[in-house]
Design a protein. Structure first.
Length: 749
């Protein structure tokens, strides 16, 4: 007989608030490090039914979670999606019917997705011990030999042995969760903890359910018959909602004569509360379990957890749980965490506060963040990068600085980085920074023009520290940033606007002749035929910047051309997404590459289209792009991911700094039409903060969280452009200085 794994994946896990929520429930949370409980369960079950992907029963709202978590551990699974949760009885019947239709003799092992079983070998042996009884038609449940009384679990009282020499017994009685005194008596009687894990043949369970739970059986049977099945998911029909909301224990196990129990003595926990999480966590020398950006001093036997973007300092605590997320904090005696559920009912309902009051709170928070980040930029970042990030001996700017010693790590100097740093200091001048921005701009322009400009008017990709050319190619991406640097410099230095405008116009002519395509659009490189989203997006940004500096028709007409090409040829208005790579007809290439979406680019395009035409006519396009980007914001980490598919499945579970900054800019834009999106802007600020948490103020990392002690991880100069763009957008929104993306000025150049 074949063995199938069934994983029940439901339940919010409210006793693990504030990390476990309806949006991201307990199974999908990393409670013990490394992987979520669901991922650990999938890995464990792969050893029980090798080569046969598990059947995962979950709510429709969590199908995306399941897919993403499976992809992250390179696993597969078949999903049975419930229209609503009806407890374990209907869930198990649906899975058993699915198995029975394909393999009438199939055996199933049923486990919860959120239990902790560290000994996978012992678990596999228990399954093997139960298999023969299951083949004969017994419905076997696994009962843990308790190490101590607990009122958190139900109990099973074993009866007589199933047969001579068998470790299994008939089930005498199921006992609901008792109080502590009753639990002590049950343990003394030899009762077992009820794990809710089972092994049976699908045929046996269905036969017993038809007799003992006919109403449930009929509703689930109708739901399975009306189910819509696709490659990896079966969506149960609406009849499922009519099934009684009942556990399999009450519906079948307490009534059937086939119930058997296998006593097991390996470590097991449902990790139902924070004290059990502490018990199974790795502890430091003082017995503390910590996770995230946490400092613990003079504290013992504590659980302290901080979500990304949140920092916690705990001093002088004993036996305390501290769990801090962006919007909620739990502080409790570890021995009292069982009181969490009733305490949560005393919290004011979120609906009690009016939307207006909520917006006021968000706006006040964002205004404070705007002032704080601008202070960080003006007081710390701009002076530090001019002092240490500029090469005052050879000219130009360094590519990076060590986060510990502020020394640059030798690297070829890319034109795009030189241009970005010029833009940064020119933008600082426009915003009113009182530092030496004009010197930085003038020296940067002189270095860029003298070292990188080719005879054809384009700018080469990189040079060495001595000024010799390293890469003579001239990608469109680099030309776009040169144009952007010239535009921002012209805005900051009106006395140089004529000179810079003439240079920009010459570059524009070279771009058209070198990269322009007869059917529209531009190549990404001057030596090969490559069709990419990214260079055109940044060319559009640079052209928009020039259209805001001068009234010359060259730039306004070109901006309209690029926007029209994007909306008509590149962007998929049906999905709302813009992919990265196209074929020669500007259609997405085949395969996964043609379905790859960078959330940061969705946000950038939303910001650019609104900047081009901030009108009602294009509001739907901006909203669709913003929604596409939002599908790539990871619910658990709160960070914009690097790459997902068009429908939001994770391709790269990493999160660089720059997508967070573009998320903030786009959220501020979208909030004009949908004020509730300001809450997203606040989340984006929290995400950015996670990258700025370095020991030297004014630096950053390209991954969230503090760097390891003693690490000299480099801060990338290329990120400064993104950081400044986000801070300027937020400061402009807060009225701290002019918005750099508005107010065209100047005469035709």
């Amino acid at each position: 007989m074949n063995v199938y794994s069934i994983i029940l994946c439901g339940g919010v896990g409210s006793r693990l608030w504030p990390e476990s929520t309806a949006d991201t429930p307990k199974p999908f949370i990393d409670l013990l490090g490394d992987r979520s409980l669901f991922q650990r369960t999938v890995t464990r079950m792969a050893k029980v039914s090798p080569g046969r992907p598990p059947i995962i029963v979950t709510g429709r709202a969590y199908v995306g979670h399941v897919r993403r978590q499976l992809r992250a551990i390179r696993s597969e699974g078949f999903i049975i999606a419930e229209p609503e949760g009806r407890d374990s009885g209907p869930a198990l019947l649906a899975a058993a019917m699915w198995v029975a239709r394909r393999d009438p003799d199939g055996l199933t092992v049923v486990v919860a997705s959120d239990h902790h079983i560290p000994d996978e070998i012992a678990f596999a042996k228990a399954v093997s011990d139960a298999a023969e009884a299951a083949r004969r038609g017994e419905i076997v449940t696994f009962g843990v030999k308790p190490g101590l009384p607990s009122s958190s679990y139900g109990y099973i009282r074993p009866a007589s042995a199933l047969e001579v020499g068998s470790p299994l017994s008939r089930v005498g009685k199921f006992v609901e969760k008792p109080d502590y005194t009753r639990a002590q008596a049950l343990v003394d009687e030899g009762c077992l903890w009820n794990t809710g894990n089972f092994m049976f043949s699908a045929r046996s369970l269905l036969a017993e359910a038809a007799v003992h739970a006919p109403e449930m059986f009929a509703a689930v049977e109708a739901a399975v018959a009306a189910a819509e099945e696709r490659k990896d998911v079966c969506e149960l029909g609406a009849a499922f909602s009519a099934a009684p909301k009942t556990s399999i224990d009450i519906a079948v196990m307490e009534k059937t004569s086939r119930a058997a129990v296998l006593p097991i003595d390996y470590a097991w926990s449902d990790l139902g509360s924070w004290d059990s999480v502490w018990t199974y966590s790795a502890l430091d020398g003082s017995g503390n379990a910590v996770k995230g950006s946490v400092v613990v001093q003079d504290s013992e036997r504590c659980l302290v957890r901080a979500a990304p973007g949140v920092r916690v300092v705990a001093i002088g605590l004993r036996d305390i749980a501290v769990v801090a997320t962006e919007g909620a904090v739990l502080v409790s005696d570890l021995a009292r965490v069982a009181d969490l559920k009733p305490a949560l009912q005393l919290l004011p309902s979120s609906a009690a506060a009016s939307d207006a009051n909520l917006r006021d709170t968000v706006e006040e928070s964002l205004a404070r963040s705007a002032a704080r980040l601008r202070d960080w930029l003006w007081r710390d970042a701009l002076p530090l990068w001019w002092c240490f990030g500029a090469d005052h001996e050879h000219g130009g700017f360094h590519e990076n600085l060590g986060c510990r010693d502020l020394r640059p790590i030798a690297a070829a100097r890319r034109a795009r980085v030189q241009a970005r740093q010029i833009h940064v200091y020119a933008a600082a001048g426009v915003s009113g920074w009182p530092g030496p921005w004009s010197t930085a701009v003038d020296r940067g322009l002189d270095y860029l023009i003298s070292r990188y400009r080719r005879p054809d008017g384009l700018f080469c990709a990189s040079v060495a520290i001595d000024g010799s050319v390293v890469d003579e190619s001239a990608p469109l991406y680099d030309q776009a940033f040169v144009l952007l640097a010239l535009a921002t410099s012209a805005r900051a230095r009106p006395d140089r606007a004529q000179e810079l405008g003439e240079l920009a116009a010459a570059i524009a002519g070279s771009i058209r002749s070198t990269y322009g395509l007869a059917g529209g659009g531009f190549r990404a490189d001057d030596t090969s035929t490559v069709f990419l989203n990214n260079p055109i997006m940044h060319l559009f940004e640079a052209v928009l910047a020039w259209s805001e500096v001068t009234s010359a028709r060259l730039w306004r007409d070109w901006a309209d051309e690029l926007a029209g090409f994007f909306l008509d040829r590149m962007w998929d208005s049906n999905s709302g997404a813009i992919v990265e790579v196209f074929d020669e007809h500007w259609r997405p290439v085949g395969g996964l590459e043609g379905r790859t979406v960078w959330p940061g680019h969705q946000f950038e395009w939303a910001w650019l289209i609104d900047r081009w035409r901030p009108t009602i006519a294009y509001r739907a396009s901006v909203a669709a792009l913003y929604e596409s980007g939002s599908r790539g914001v990871h619910r658990r980490s709160g960070l914009a991911l690097d790459a997902v598919t068009i429908d939001g499945e994770v391709l790269e579970a990493t999160s660089r700094l720059w997508p967070q900054t573009e998320w903030l800019k786009a959220a501020l834009i979208q909030a004009r039409a949908a004020p509730a999106v300001l809450a997203d802007a606040r989340k984006a600020v929290a995400a950015i903060d996670a990258y700025l948490a370095t020991s030297v103020a004014g630096l950053w990392t390209d991954r969230p969280g503090p760097i390891e002690p003693g690490s000299n991880e480099p801060a990338l100069a290329s990120s400064f452009y993104h950081i400044v763009g986000a801070i300027d957008a937020l400061a402009g929104w807060a009225g701290l200085h002019p918005d750099l993306s508005t107010a065209p000025t100047g005469e035709a150049v």
